[in-house]
Design a protein around this ligand. Sequence first.
Ligand code: AMP
Length: 285
Amino acid sequence: MKTVRTVAELRAELAEPRRAGRRIGLVPTMGSFHEGHLSLMRRAREDCSVVVVSLFVNPTQFGPGEDLDTYPRDEARDAALAEAEGVDLLFAPPTSEVYPEGFDVVVRVRGLSGVLCGAPDRRGPDHFDGVTTVVAKLFNMVAPDVAYFGQKDAQQSVVIGRMVRDLDIPVRIEVCPTVRESDGLAMSSRNAYLSDEERRRALALHGALEAADAVVARGERDASVVLAAARAEFDSSDVEPEYLELRSATDLAPVEQVNGSTVLAVAARVGRTRLIDNKVLGETP
Ligand code: AMP
């Protein structure tokens, strides 16, 4: 595996495989790899003949007071893990390579970026502006045939899908299942912030998703009843959800009735750590 830091080096590495018509896969990440990231790399390795992983802690998707400065970073460990997954290229640019002096563009997916995590009293739409802008740049830098994202960040995947559709970016988006710890906690780089006690409380998110799913599996379709089951799970914990919402998994529209493509999305602060999780309800596991 080779690590490259500039767009010029990246393009030079990809020129020959692209000429040869080899399929290029991209896994965008902010590093601090866990099994969730590695599952995306494995999927890319199965599907593509060239696998590029980008490692960039993107400052524009962090709000003031968020964890940009403390976000866990360990490039040497990440490089070893990516290499073990058979990744061909690690693209780890410095911030100045991605945002040169005078950088002045925002890519915004308007409606979808302003709900759930993007609501004004939460992270706000600027968060997803940061995500879509950097992902649009990564797509232009790498020009991948396929890009891999995790269902863990369900809204992010929907927002990026809409950006790609609306801007006619020639890339196929693959959304891969959420990887969980054995007790159900969704893997996240931010789990490293949790104390032992917070780690136990964090299970409330998965518990709520499972409670809702159990109600749906029994045939319930009324959104308010399904939400009440999830809410009851939080009430018996000491975690207060920031939001708990049932939405269409394809366009994030609010739903009254649960069908095969309804996602229950949740965010909650556990101590100082903000966690998100979601589950598409009524699916066979
Ligand atoms: P991040 O480094 O947190 O920006 O995540 C990079 C990619 O990994 C995103 O597409 C995430 O959705 C995905 N990802 C993060 N955690 C998980 C997980 N537990 N399971 C599957 N994918 C994940």
